[in-house]
Design a protein around this ligand. Structure first.
Ligand SMILES: *[C@@H]1O[C@H](CO)[C@@H](O)[C@H](O)[C@H]1NC(C)=O
Ligand SMILES: *[C@@H]1O[C@H](CO)[C@@H](O)[C@H](O)[C@H]1NC(C)=O
Length: 340
């Protein structure tokens, strides 16, 4: 590849992956949220075990979604002041811009930015069917145990395209039992076979991976993770081993999800489905609107290709996108504004 071609590719990846150094959008300030009287008092210190620790990624492409998610967490939490956000930015992103944007919209938020070295994974990523899934930051969820301070024992990982309509403490306090590392809603009716290629299933030494467990699909957009157990078992290295193999022989199609399934499927604590009403983004091919799954709802997740803010801006919203808009902090430009 010529140098010019290579630099176009790098530029394309930077834009595609939220690496733009400026933000065209402006955001409103969120209201302040207060603890209810029965909340334990926690010090400002980040190590508090009584705090709910939430990890999310932050970039210029998805920041509008991240802000809506954070607002929804605070609004429905009985102890919003005891919620601590760990925001993971790409090392190539303008962290001061992202941090300043967050502080302006959430002046009272307890948060820390953590820098994720893109090049850790960029050599491990093979292209998937949806290019947005190939951005290095999408893989940051596999590295949380290295990014978040060692004193933090448990974290709730959340994608940026979701909102909560229930108290996150209920999810965060899910019991992980004596030895489980991860809890998430599990879907045993989903066709598990379809997440891996025939190359995988026809190779006995590979397909044996699932022989001694009842492996079910789970979505990696909402997970409760015991970081101490993760570190003890070095699960980051286990995920990386599967990514190395994927580079040599194509064992799956999607991006960061299959390695999680390979390591954890069948070994997680199942969480009530209300905590991940997923798929509201529609399917990856035609972008059709999706309805809610039956049952109660604590978290709405626009996984899939369509994002509510994109559809709302294009004046082609899906019916359920109306549930996302109340959390949108985008400042609508006033007509005839003199700002340039
Ligand atoms: C990062 O953002 C800040 C604040 O908007 C801006 O002043 C600075 O020039 C940006 N840095 C880069 C490297 O683009
Ligand atoms: C599950 O998916 C596999 C591979 O995509 C397919 O061959 C199989 O027929 C599917 N099974 C069911 C029950 O739909």
């Amino acid at each position: 590849m010529k140098a010019a071609q290579l630099s176009y590719l790098v530029l394309f990846l930077l834009l595609q992956c939220g690496g733009a150094n400026t933000l065209k959008q402006q955001f409103k300030e969120a209201p302040q949220f207060y603890n209810s009287p029965k909340c334990p008092y926690i010090e400002k210190d980040i190590c508090s075990e009584e705090a709910v620790h939430v990890a999310m990624t932050l970039d210029t492409t998805y920041i509008r979604g991240s802000m809506a998610a954070i607002l929804s967490v605070l609004q429905h939490s009985s102890c919003p002041e005891n919620t601590y956000f760990h925001l993971v930015c790409s090392s190539n992103a303008n962290a001061s811009l992202l941090g300043a944007t967050m502080s302006t919209s959430f002046p009272y938020l307890k948060f820390q930015l953590h820098s994720f070295q893109d090049d850790i994974v960029s050599g491990l990523i093979s292209t998937s069917i949806r290019s947005a899934l190939d951005c290095p930051l999408n893989y940051a969820r596999s590295y949380l145990a290295n990014l978040i301070p060692l004193c933090v024992k448990r974290v709730v990982y959340l994608d940026s395209d979701l909102i909560l309509v229930d108290d996150i403490a209920k999810l965060a306090t899910t019991s992980l039992g004596p030895h489980h590392v991860l809890a998430a809603p599990e879907y045993c009716n989903a066709n598990f076979t379809s997440y891996f290629t025939t190359t995988f299933w026809s190779n006995p030494s590979l397909s044996l991976t699932f022989s001694d467990r009842k492996a079910c699909y789970f979505n990696t957009g909402v997970m409760v993770i015991d970081l101490e157990r993760w570190r003890q078992g070095d699960y980051t290295a286990k995920i990386e081993e599967w990514m190395e193999l994927q580079k040599r022989m194509r064992i799956y199609q999607l991006g960061s999800l299959p390695p999680f399934l390979l390591v954890f499927a069948g070994n997680i604590v199942p969480v009530d489905h209300r905590w991940n009403q997923h798929g509201l983004g529609g399917d990856n091919y035609r972008g059709l609107c999706r309805d809610l799954h039956p049952g109660p709802v604590s978290l709405l997740h626009w996984s899939g290709k369509g994002k509510p803010w994109v559809r709302l801006d294009a004046n082609r919203p899906c019916p359920l996108d109306a549930l996302w808009s109340p959390y949108d902090l985008l400042r609508i430009p006033t007509p005839f504004s003199l700002d340039s």
